[in-house]
Design a protein around this ligand. Structure first.
Ligand SMILES: Cc1ncc(COP(=O)(O)O)c(C=O)c1O
Length: 366
């Protein structure tokens, strides 16, 4: 269900735009925070670094996970003094010198390079344990973090200046609370006083109304904590729901019997359905007066000259030229992971709904 204020905003648009529902984001992150007593909550900025979203999140999270010098500069400019956990594979020497609350070290070589900076550092070793992760949308195996051998190599290198604070891990994306708790139980079977369990909380694009079970997860983590400092760093499950990509049907046609609705913009604005291989959930605001098709499977595509520019395939609905299409769940790994300049179409506008006042404040703030 698209909230009425988002529908109002969408119906006033003529060109592709992102609409962010900031009150909905605020209510969601506040509820997540409440479900996690005693657990530190960081936001993984890679999911969506939009400054307006970060301003809302900043009031509820304990810090931010950043994975590049760019994200670090962005967050520390917006929130001087905020707690920053610096992660990411392949850190440059300049990145290893950045101030941090924690730095997630990915390899023994990276630790040696950190030591060579001569600076103080508070380190979490990123571990990549050999654990079966079933049912994940994306498994972070391969080059991320260290196996047992790598960890063994690192341990003697720590001292007073470069301090070992604990472990970090991020094993997979798209896991439910029970799956994440099972993994956490295994990962917390050690003496480390601090553990960051990463993100990866499931977001279902097939059922937009469903939500990760934060209450069960929070209660489970509270049991597993046993006096330790526990932290998580979700991205997608915090910001996916507050974002909408709104566009307009510019053509409806039939090719070899199949109906297509072509919308302004495309997956160079919203790449999520292509990267994840799903149908992006959407609603149609039937404002069009042009030709169209009624009650039949329609494939929604964008303006790009590639057959991959598909938002949703063969969805039973109706569409007319001039209808507005509101793609939901476009608040995470959406605009910021898209190939904006392909074909040089205009960029979308950005609108931020606030709790009061006009629904369409001027775009900006990127
Ligand atoms: C190290 C790390 N932490 C947190 C996240 C956030 O994951 P998600 O957006 O699935 O919660 C990611 C995503 O790739 C990651 O690599």
């Amino acid at each position: 269900m698209i909230p009425a204020r988002v529908q109002d905003a969408a119906s006033g648009l003529t060109a592709p735009a992102y609409v962010y529902d900031l009150p909905a984001l605020e209510a969601h992150v506040a509820a997540v925070r409440q479900a996690l007593p005693g657990i530190e909550l960081y936001y993984a900025v890679k999911a969506n670094p939009d400054a307006e979203l970060l301003r809302v999140l900043a009031g509820h999270v304990d810090g931010f996970e950043v994975s590049s010098a760019g994200e670090h500069a962005h967050v520390t400019n917006l929130f001087p003094g905020a707690r920053v956990a610096l992660g990411g594979p392949g850190k440059t020497d300049a990145e290893l010198r950045l101030p941090h609350h924690r730095i997630h070290v990915e390899s023994p070589n990276e630790l040696r390079r950190l030591l060579a900076t001569g600076l103080e550092a508070d380190v979490l070793i990123r571990v990549n344990p050999d654990l079966p992760v079933e049912g994940a949308a994306l498994t972070m195996s391969g080059p991320f973090g260290m196996d047992e051998e790598g960890v063994k190599e690192c341990l003697p290198l720590f001292g007073e200046r470069v301090r070992l604070r604990g472990l970090h891990t991020h094993l997979a994306s798209g896991l439910d609370a029970a799956q994440l708790l099972r993994l956490a139980g295994t990962l917390l079977d050690n003496d480390h006083e601090e553990v960051n369990l990463g993100g990866g909380m499931a977001v279902s694009y097939e059922s937009p109304e469903s939500r990760f079970d934060w209450a069960t997860y929070g209660a489970g983590l509270a049991e597993l904590r046993r006096g330790r400092r526990l932290r998580i760093e979700p991205g997608r499950a915090l910001t996916a729901y507050c974002g909408y990509y709104v566009t307009r049907v510019v053509d409806v046609k039939r090719v070899r019997g199949e109906a297509y609705a072509i919308v302004l913009g495309g997956t160079h604005h919203l790449r999520t359905p292509v990267t994840k291989g799903h149908d992006q959930p959407f609603a149609i605001l039937p404002m069009g007066t042009g030709s169209g098709v009624t009650d039949e499977p329609i494939t929604f595509v964008g303006q790009l000259c590639t057959p991959k520019d598909v938002f949703a395939r063969k969805i039973a609905t109706s569409a007319r030229v001039g209808d507005m299409v509101v793609f939901e769940m476009a608040g995470a790994y959406a605009w910021n992971i898209s190939h904006h300049d392909f074909l040089m179409h205009p960029k979308p506008a950005f609108h931020y709904l606030s709790g009061c006042g006009p629904v369409l404040p001027p775009s900006g703030g990127r």
